[in-house]
Design a protein around this ligand. Sequence first.
Ligand SMILES: [Zn+2]
Length: 256
Amino acid sequence: MATARKMWALPGAELTAPASLLMHGGGPELLQLPCPSFLIEHPKGLVLFDTGCNAKIIDDAAGYWGEVAQALPIKWSKADTLDKQIEGVGYKTSDVKYVILSHAHLDHSGGLTYFPNAKFLVGANELRYAYWPDPDRRWAFILNDFLPTRNYDWLELAGDFDLFGDGSIQFLLTPGHTPGECSVLVNLPNRKFLLTGDTAHLRAAVNTGATMGIDFDPTQSIRSLQRIKMIRDLQGATMWITHDPEDWKEHPHRIE
Ligand SMILES: [Zn+2]
């Protein structure tokens, strides 16, 4: 099996939220949640997994996000936007050939417009749902993250997809949190990482199998969680849960 060359975990906004928002059974304690993107270098092109929040929230969170901005206090500086993070590791946004979107929530889809010429990969039914979510989840989708991307080159995937056909970067459809939620398995020279997106939100939820309040389909969420745990265990992959503060602290941010 081939490998990608290296991967960077790029920091984005840090959101503050109670554990209870992230998992059933979570308490009132406030967590500092990272919202990273992952840049993966492969001989056939540069791949990005997730794009974080929209940088407009740095100056005007309420204006861009609406009411939810009050419930999710944001720590983020203009020096740390996604374009600058990509430049910081020696690339330009125009070098990114493929963008894989874990799902269409506001803390993952904010930076799509940095990459107007990339090819976008997303799980089936995600984009339609992003345009017209159920009313009680509408706050988690920002229409303006997507409106400018209608003519972008989107590939909607109804199943798993081996991006380069060499096993190095595998798109795994893990629906439940949203209709088209996906995870990505990255085979690097010395390690294998399973980037979960929001298939899981916290290590504690992976251990207990807890779903979260705004999951689109909790039954599917549980199946997807079981699936990624099995991949972790049988394929020797390290799970990287996007928003887990311990994962962010423990894993190296430049990996070969
Ligand atoms: Zn998220």
